[in-house]
Ligand binder design. Structure first.
Ligand code: AMP
Ligand code: ZN
Length: 467
């Protein structure tokens, strides 16, 4: 397996630190809102990588965090008049629902920053003791000049960055020794969540959380670190600085970064306001279609979102599902062992798997892996029919299921929900509301939403429609 490694700027052969095992960390979302389909891209890509490595026999320890302490969460809390934890707890739960909808497996661990503060304080203390960090009036900064290799991931010219940064010093950070020094700990502001520390009552900076969580759950040295390309600098550069200065060993061997999902050739982001939530897109199409759309491009190529491409992804996925359905119907009728002429086709049948694996081994080329699946679909449509043996049809079906499974694509169509079932669930929701069990009522509404059923509360009662 080869990966394009941002650190070396080349496609490097994957050699795990420990044979048969993979330690992988992927930066997760900041939970102040529903996630958008751009955030879904790294989740889908790295879930697919994890599935593929498991298929190849690796034991994968996959850690992906939730950033649950951050200015955006605090602002959302102030706006709603609730505490920050209410916001983060809510959106972690919502994110998990979205993940399930996109058939993203839960990570081995999903640590939360607020539950790892002790570890962060310990790491910051070590960095101060070793001379890599300093405290000024309760704010602790990392001393970038002390780390000779600072900049090795982003391949940036640091002197240019330094001179550029000098003019745009943020108020309150004049006390930094160097414009590139970054915050490890900052004192609380009025009304913000805070923790006790040797330096001030305050909270950690963003970068330290990933260094600490990766170290705690995976060890000081890890195999793969992933995330979107916007994180290369400063976030991942800073993670390297913190971890390597604290632990004295190289942090991650392979740094993988996905390109951005775009709309009208602009990056999709919450700050630009040009985003679509995973929830809306799953309701309009489905989590499977969104996943298929994401994997139809190589993860390092920018991917443009449009309804036309979503429609064409829906049609492509439909072709796979139709082929699988046809095979299943045939399987119910077919009998017998493989015939001689079918045995002669086995080499062609296994060639699709080889092509699939070659594509995935070449820097996770899911676009080519998907093409291999389509070749298999065509083969299935042409070579399996009412005259085939059961054994042969089963073999073809197994290939299709397995390759689709690695991509997280289910070959079973989602069961159609009957009108009577919907109405029964709506009645249960009404009953829950009457009992003021709003949590249950919301759960039922979300479950219906997950099945593509949209509810509207009107004066005449609850109306519903299929998305
Ligand atoms: P955030 O919640 O902003 O910290 O982002 C969570 C993850 O989503 C990070 O790995 C980001 O790099 C990634 N990400 C955010 N926006 C996009 C986008 N438009 N396309 C691809 N990845 C994105
Ligand atoms: Zn991170």
């Amino acid at each position: 397996m080869k990966f394009y490694n941002t650190l070396t700027k080349s496609k490097d052969e994957f050699i795990p630190l420990e044979e048969g095992k993979v330690r992988m960390y992927v930066c997760g979302p900041t939970v102040y809102n529903l996630i958008h389909i751009g955030n879904a891209r790294p989740m889908i890509v790295f879930d697919t990588l994890r599935r593929y490595m498991e298929y190849k026999g690796y034991e994968v320890n996959y850690v992906s965090n939730f950033t649950d302490v951050d200015d955006k969460i605090i602002n959302a809390a102030i706006e709603e008049g609730v505490d920050a934890e209410t916001i983060s707890t809510r959106y972690i739960a919502e994110c998990k629902k979205d993940m399930e909808e996109m058939n993203i497996l839960p990570a081995t661990v999903h640590p939360q920053a607020t539950k790892e503060i002790d570890g962060m304080i310990r790491m910051i203390s070590t960095l101060i003791d070793k001379g890599y960090a300093y405290d000024v009036n309760g704010t602790v900064y990392f001393r970038t000049r002390r780390f000779d290799e600072y900049g090795k991931l982003s391949h940036k010219n640091l002197d240019d960055l330094r001179s550029g940064n000098r003019d745009i010093k943020v108020t309150g950070e004049e006390q930094k020794e160097d414009p590139l020094d970054f915050v490890l700990w900052k004192p609380k502001k009025e009304g913000e969540p805070f923790w006790e520390s040797p330096w001030s009552e305050g909270r950690p900076g963003w970068h330290i959380e990933c260094s600490v969580m990766a170290g705690k759950y995976l060890g000081d040295e890890i195999d793969i670190h992933g995330g979107g390309e916007d994180l290369i600098f400063p976030h991942h550069e800073n993670e390297i600085a913190q971890s390597e200065c604290c632990n004295g060993v190289p942090f991650a061997r392979y740094w993988l970064h996905n390109a951005f999902l775009r709309v009208n050739n602009e990056k999709m982001s919450k700050s630009l306001g040009n985003f679509f939530t995973v929830r809306d897109i799953c309701n309009e199409y489905s989590g499977q279609i969104l996943r298929f759309f994401t994997l139809s491009a190589h993860y390092r190529s920018p991917l443009n979102f449009s309804r036309e491409i979503m429609e064409s992804s829906a049609n492509s996925l439909e072709r796979i599902l139709t082929a699988a359905e046809r095979l299943k119907d045939l399987l119910a009728k077919l009998e017998g062992d493989m015939k001689e002429e079918e045995k002669a086709k086995l080499a062609e049948l296994t060639s699709f798997r080889t092509e699939f694996e070659n594509a995935m081994d070449d820097d996770i080329n899911t676009a080519d892996a998907v093409s291999a699946v389509f070749k298999l679909v065509k083969f299935a449509n042409v070579e399996v029919n009412g005259d085939s043996s059961k054994e042969f049809a089963e073999k073809v079906m197994k290939e299709l299921e397995e390759l689709c499974g690695i991509l997280g694509i289910k070959t079973e169509r989602k069961a159609e929900i009957l009108d009577s079932e919907i109405e029964e669930m709506i009645a249960q929701r009404q009953a829950a509301r009457k009992e003021r069990n709003f949590a249950l009522a919301d759960e039922i509404r979300d479950k219906l939403a997950g099945m593509g059923i949209i509810l509207e509360d009107t004066r005449e009662g609850v109306k519903w429609k299929r998305a």
